[in-house]
Design a protein around this ligand. Structure first.
Ligand code: MN
Length: 196
């Protein structure tokens, strides 16, 4: 087994009430574990076995792309949270958000709306290009900005499995509450780093 489900940097009940312990156990412990298990089975004995996960995502399609991208997306998502999260970004990231979206509040509204309006299952992403320009994009199913040459900074999972146990059909509430647990230090670090 090449890939394993890493332990989260917080306990399974630490994000309550924004994300319940039940949702962490199902969404991370079962859904994400299945994507990783499927990925391991699909790459075994193929040219993808020695390839970095980002390269698999950029060069595959079908079941392999779906499982590789979902494995990557969920690690990115769950490692963006902290029980001490929330607040606002600082430094270069905040300056870029203000510059492009007018204010942090306007950025939050645009990001939430992109998630609320996405039809079906998928993700909403904040990413940057090589010049530090920011983009909010909707992505269906497993898609992510890596295949568009962009560097992901933040994502909200808008698959129903991400919120149905805690919020049922209230996707807008589920997304709105996620701001309370975003670890902006991690997001700012991603903004400072070189492109993947
Ligand atoms: Mn998910």
């Amino acid at each position: 087994m090449k890939y394993e489900l890493p332990p989260l940097p917080y306990s399974s009940d630490a994000l309550e009430p924004v994300i319940s312990q039940d949702t962490i156990n199902y969404h991370y412990g079962k859904h994400e574990k299945t994507y990783i298990d499927n990925l391991n089975n699909l790459i075994q004995g193929t040219k993808y076995e020695e390839m970095p996960l980002e390269d698999i995502i950029k060069s595959s399609e079908g079941a392999l792309f779906n499982n590789a991208a979902q494995a990557w997306n969920h690690l990115f998502y769950f490692f963006s949270f902290s029980p001490n999260g929330g607040g606002v970004p600082t430094g270069g990231l905040m300056a870029a958000i203000n510059n492009q979206f007018g204010s942090f509040e306007e950025f939050q509204i645009a990001f939430e709306q992109a998630g609320v309006k996405l039809f079906g299952s998928g993700w909403v992403w904040l990413s940057k290009d090589g010049d530090g320009q920011l983009f909010i994009t909707q992505a269906s199913n497993a898609a992510n900005p890596l295949t568009q040459g962009l560097t992901p900074l933040l994502c909200f999972d808008v698959w129903e499995h991400a919120y149905y146990l805690d919020y049922q059909n209230r996707r807008a509430d589920a997304l709105h509450n996620l701001w309370k647990i975003i670890d902006w230090e991690i997001v700012a670090q991603r903004y400072q780093e070189e492109a993947l």
